[in-house]
Design a protein around this ligand. Sequence first.
Ligand code: FES
Ligand code: FE2
Length: 345
Amino acid sequence: MFLRNVWYVAGFSNDLQPGQHIGRKFLNESIVLFRGASGKVGALEDRCCHRAMPLSEGHVDNDILRCCYHGLEFDASGACTKVPGQDRVPSGAIIRSYPLVERDAVMWIWMGDPAKADEAKIPAHPYHVDPKWGWKSAHFDVNGNWELLVENLMDLSHLGYVHARTIGGNANMHFRTKTEAKRIDNKVTVTRHMPNSVAPPTYVDAAGFKGPIDRWQEIEFEPMVIRIHTGACDAGTGAYEGKREHGFSMMGFHGITPETDTTTHYFWSIATNVGLDRGVPEVVFEQTAFTFKEDQVVLEAQQKRINETPNGKFVNIASDAGSNLTKRLLKSLHEEETSDTVAAA
Ligand code: FES
Ligand SMILES: [Fe+2]
């Protein structure tokens, strides 16, 4: 199941310098992303309309993408602008282009009906462009279905098991923590507060906590990203009344873009508000990358078993509340899309 009428992360802006292009598959469709000399980005079907050569094997020249086989040239709208050796461009020489918008240092692609691509609905992530925050990004290719990744991020009760060596802390503490999951319109939020808890190693390294901390994890799903705000203040200093500037915050951005039914592009970044001048964002990034690799191992192991047992059953437990709300939201959005398509037909 894929949702089509949502903005997906196609990559980070710094994945593409002027004159560069990349081939990526989204929702089983092969796409080439390119940035022309003027800085403008485009997303085209990765198939030349002459003889099906992948355009991702071609070259960017000024603001066009040239096929490497017989040299047809295409602009960002998908129109063929030149056929070498002839004056006339055949009228059908056009390939599909996809709406692609850059915002907050992220490239957002629309895989659905172009008439519905409303830029006002692009999820905002201002931490990428706010000088008070330092951040770094990565792209993992996960051999697992995208919904497994959504589930993983919406339910952090796995921290004490999967991430015991980094952000984990105590597994029992995670299960005992009261979790509040809510759906508001097309968003799902999961909030967990852990007052007076022991600071995990990552937090001590980054912010130098010496005693107990008031810790929070606030997760927000909005198709198709998840933001995870985690952090802590010294216990009893106002974290839960919104006074957090003196504490340590990490703002995680998780773009989840299906590649195929069983593989996923995981585009993530982590932004930090402390120690920008002493390399804290870099250290946090390295530790986070290590942590997410631990998740990747889990997702890929799950996918292997799911492939072997496609009709196997799943049992729910209390900590699934947030991920189950999210899955219900995804299902209803999918039903809406399907009924719109049927109505249009
Ligand atoms: S296949 Fe692209 S120009 Fe011939
Ligand atoms: Fe995890």
